[in-house]
Design a binder for this molecule. Sequence first.
Ligand code: MG
Length: 383
Amino acid sequence: MKIECIKTHHLRCHLEKPFGFSQWSYDQRNVLVIEVISDTGVSGWGECYGPADVTQSAVSNFYAPRIIGLDALATDYVWHHMWRSSLDFARGGIMMGAMSGIDMALWDLKGKALGQSVSELMGGRHRDVVPCYATGMYFQDLPEHELLPSLIEEAKGYAAEGFQAMKIKVGKNPDFDEKLIKAMREALPTTQLMADSNHGYDLPEAIKIGRLLDKYDYAFYEEPLSPEHGNLYKKLNDKLDISIATGECEQTRFGFMKLIESGGVDLLQPDLAYCGGPSEALKIRTLASANGINCIPHVWGTMLNFAAATHFLASAYHEPGRAEPKQLFLEYDRTENPLRDDIYKVAVQIKDTGAIVPTTPGLGVEINTSAMNDFDINNTETS
Ligand code: MG
């Protein structure tokens, strides 16, 4: 079975309500979706995290012509062929985002061709439902005295839906963040809370906020510092009890090995649409296991990446093993996203805030191509 054709779709939607975090605010979402089609007609879908218009060129102009004709089921071989073909000038960044989406599509294709779900291909399904945590509480363009109660109300809404865990945004400014961390804990005394600064702090700020998160019993502290500063992560981790989580900006086993070796990280968050795809995420998980830490994917984008992460966690074994392990919660972004919610004939089903692991072949989700076309602003086909 050979790779015969690769199609790409740059999808864009405008949001009714812009959302912000420590760096900026978004009023639209963009994603690059990829379909890899084999010479037998079996096809698979994947998506890339990153700037869709630039990534589209990397897929259609660079990688696609180099992998047409290769064995469509040889995921590891195709990955290494792409890696070697761009190693001299692209060991990461947008090119790796492009490779990630192609790799995800090949896993979907392989599952469909072999009649197995992606979690079965990843080593077997350990659980039928993966518990989710709600990601939300993004900043809005409101005065702070209105923003804070609005974020608390949003979080209470997720608690009312049954979410036992949720992640808030911090990094607006340290004064506001301190008030928010405290108020959120007082409003939700029994919820597992996490906080994400999207690398918004310097080391003294990160220490101060981290101590507050320790005091209010938050479960993990995500991207407190810039991803470039492994040494600062180590200094921060030495001063805090809370787990430090990061990795959504990191890629490949090589990048994650350096991150682990920095000694400042307790929880790895590779994004399957960016880190190198499912193939590379499994290698990163092995590295994490060899170092006694866990891997919980960063999840953004559409239902393809959500499905890939669902399969990844369905096949995950908690480190360390024990009879009553901690739960590995799947990130479930609750912000407005028509590209996740409105373009699928078959989506991952959510029941009682858990993602039901698809058992059908491949990723187990199906795009409604006519609904997708409403958001398609540029597409390519390479054969
Ligand atoms: Mg994050």
